[in-house]
Design a protein around this ligand. Structure first.
Ligand SMILES: C[C@](O)(CO)[C@H](O)COP(=O)(O)OP(=O)(O)OC[C@H]1O[C@@H](n2ccc(N)nc2=O)[C@H](O)[C@@H]1O
Ligand SMILES: Nc1ncnc2c1ncn2[C@@H]1O[C@H](COP(=O)(O)OP(=O)(O)OP(=O)(O)O)[C@@H](O)[C@H]1O
Length: 309
């Protein structure tokens, strides 16, 4: 007898950056994490996570795809520590079920880049499993589960623009039609974005520890920027080059090393790309739109576009 399983679910989840990132003191009750006041912005480079049911009692499986796997590609990378798998375990515990799910991750978000790649995959897994198991839990419940896994994960569940506080897990969505969103748009923080990414990765804990020593740079919207540049100077070169080429804003994304540049038009985008190439200021250049939101699809939603990928 063949068992009929619910169809696999696919979620495309965008990367995140921080349009502002104010870093305050550490809190023991948060595991030593710093207090944050940040404006999150999801950026349209997507990882794709699929979740499919497996035979009961067979446990989870994980397949990784993509040309940019960073340190995930190494044989020592422990599948059980992958953020998407940790999300599956958390959902299974909350639902009182076994994690008999086959996960696949197609990675496009640079790894260890300050773009929330692991957080995006964890959020995508939560959204996919919520649909696969027909749970239909409210977003607040999904966010509470995500917050136990990492600071950026609650935001990644909804994307768009949001105000983050606490250690980053307290999320207040910024309505796209609000005066706040309009102001961010008027400042040039929406539309075409260029991401300068690198072969090298930065450890988020190390960047925060370096911040504790060097502090924030004068006038830096991202308080971690000076720390990230001290650990990865090429990011500072890419920022200067982008601003000289006409970008309205250019800064380190989160804990870095990647650099995000907001440009007003296609001509400026091309000038920034040409300058980064001429100066070898980045190893990989990605063009994207901001803000962006997760796209959830089951095979039955055959009409779901994939032009955003
Ligand atoms: C840099 C940001 O990406 C900005 O959005 C986030 O603050 C980091 O989010 P994340 O990678 O999900 O961070 P977590 O996985 O929760 O924590 C990783 C490590 O980063 C440091 N960390 C993280 C968040 C925070 N508010 N303060 C911290 O000091 C801590 O050393 C922590 O052990
Ligand atoms: N699914 C995943 N995708 C990317 N990294 C993962 C994943 N699961 C575990 N990791 C590990 O998490 C570490 C950080 O990767 P990630 O891409 O989330 O960094 P990041 O973009 O700097 O995150 P953040 O901006 O939230 O600090 C990497 O060293 C990687 O080995």
């Amino acid at each position: 007898m063949t068992t009929a399983y619910a169809p696999a679910v696919r979620v495309d989840c965008p990367a995140k950056t921080n349009l502002t990132l104010e870093v305050g003191p550490t809190h023991e009750e948060w595991g030593g994490r710093h207090a944050l006041d940040t404006v999150y912005c999801a950026v349209g480079v997507y990882d794709t996570v699929t979740a499919a049911a497996k035979e009961p009692g067979t446990g989870f499986s994980l397949e990784l795809e993509g040309a940019h796997l960073g340190d995930l590609a190494s044989s020592s990378s422990d599948m059980r520590r992958n953020h998407a798998v940790l999300a599956l375990f958390a959902m299974a515990q909350e639902a009182g079920r076994e994690p008999d799910v086959a996960l696949t991750i197609t990675k496009r978000i640079p790894v260890g880049a300050g773009l929330g790649g692991g957080s995006a995959d964890a959020a995508a897994a939560i959204l996919a499993i919520d649909r696969l198991w027909d749970l239909h839990w409210p977003m607040e419940r999904l966010r509470a589960i995500a917050a136990t896994l990492g600071a950026d994960m609650p935001f990644c569940l909804t994307g768009g623009l949001a105000h983050g506080t606490g250690f980053g897990e307290r999320i207040e969505d910024i309505d796209p039609n609000s005066a706040w969103a309009q102001d961010l748009h008027d400042q040039g923080f929406t539309g075409e974005v260029l991401i300068g990414a690198y072969q090298s990765q930065l450890s988020t804990p190390e960047v925060y520890h370096t911040f504790d020593v060097v502090g924030a740079g004068a006038g830096d919207r991202n308080h971690l920027q000076a720390a990230a540049i001290s650990l990865h100077p090429r990011s500072g070169q890419a920022i200067e080059a982008a601003l000289q080429a006409g970008a309205r804003h250019a800064f380190v994304s989160g804990s870095g090393p990647s650099v995000v540049a907001f440009v007003p038009d296609a001509a400026t985008a091309q000038r920034v790309i040409d300058t980064w190439v001429e100066q070898n200021a980045a190893d990989r250049i990605i063009r994207a739109q901001a803000p962006a939101t997760p796209v959830i699809a089951s095979p039955s939603d055959a009409n779901v576009a994939t032009s955003h990928l």
